[in-house]
Design a protein around this ligand. Structure first.
Ligand code: OAD
Length: 271
């Protein structure tokens, strides 16, 4: 039997023209990608400021690349799960019906796109792209290891005394500039265009689905109250309550890979 609250949110979706989804690491957890906070989270084991900031890069770029190489290795063979597939299938039906969907993700793993989602705004960049520090070119890159020097690496230790990697070990652009991961680090601004698209979607949407995010990192988390203030009906799908929970209309407690397929199944009904 479909839960009463699920039925109510499905009714809100039925009458919506524009829907926004805000996703976080919890959506990819069932694919085997580690989240950041909570049990097994990356920030439980490592300090974000030691590995994911411009200061960390300036201190030891080789160490930062070791961290991203480790994460690329862990993500290389994972597959989209039923949550990603439910969103992609929903988008296909939804846009065929002439309605608008914007999927705004904080994830850098590319799994939404791999499942077939098209209107994806990646607020925090992509782990499968690199950016040249000299010419600025952003290019796809799926090399694992990122350079031969990283073969067998993968346990970054910010407190080790000796550096494990030198400038010669870092990936290079065709222009010979050093390549960095095309992701947003703490202390960096989001790309203006991406944030602008996300803000516009939040202001415009009739319904917002927030899924698998701890809702503590801004500006992403700020999109939730923005959508609600702008008149959207908001639901949150998570294994546990978050700081956003009190400000949403519905909290669906459960794994994204179970709740999303149930929530979106067959919508919008045609005919
Ligand atoms: P977090 O790791 O902070 O939060 C993941 C959320 O997903 C938690 O609230 C979990 O309860 C929930 N969760 C876990 N498994 C789930 C499942 N199967 N179904 C539903 N929910 C589940 O990840 P984010 O909120 O995405 O930023 O983190 C936001 C940003 O903080 C990241 O983009 C990253 C990080 O530092 C940067 O690197 C800039």
């Amino acid at each position: 039997m479909v839960d009463k609250a699920i039925a109510e949110f499905r009714a809100a979706l039925r009458s919506a023209t524009s829907v926004m989804v805000l996703s976080g690491a919890g959506v990819s957890a069932e694919s085997g990608v580690p989240t950041f906070r909570g049990a097994g989270g990356l920030w439980r084991r490592w300090s974000a400021t030691e590995l994911a900031t411009p200061e960390a890069w300036a201190r030891d770029a080789g160490l930062v690349w070791e961290f991203y190489d480790y994460r690329r290795r862990r993500m290389a063979d994972v597959q989209p799960n039923p949550a990603h597939h439910a969103l992609a299938a929903f988008e296909a039906r939804w846009s065929a019906a002439g309605r608008e969907l914007e999927l705004v993700t904080q994830n850098i793993d590319g799994l939404h796109e791999q499942a077939g989602s098209r209107a994806v705004t990646r607020l925090h960049g992509s782990i499968w792209h690199v950016r040249c520090l000299r010419c600025g070119a952003v290019t796809p890159n799926r090399d694992v290891p990122i350079t031969p020097a990283y073969e067998g690496a993968g346990d970054p230790d910010p407190h080790a005394h000796a550096r494990r990697f030198t400038a010669d070990d870092l990936p290079r652009c065709a222009c010979s500039g050093i390549l960095r991961p095309h992701v947003v680090w703490f202390g960096e601004s989001l790309a203006e265009e991406d944030l602008g698209r996300a803000v516009a979607a939040a202001e415009r949407c009739d319904a917002l689905i927030v899924v698998g995010t701890s809702a503590v990192v801004y500006p992403a988390a700020g999109l939730i109250p923005l959508a609600r203030r702008s008149g959207a009906v908001v639901c949150e799908i998570n294994l546990s309550p978050t700081p956003a929970t009190n400000g949403v209309d519905y909290h669906f407690c459960g794994p994204a890979g179970v709740v999303l397929p149930e929530l979106l199944e067959g919508l919008p009904e045609v005919g």
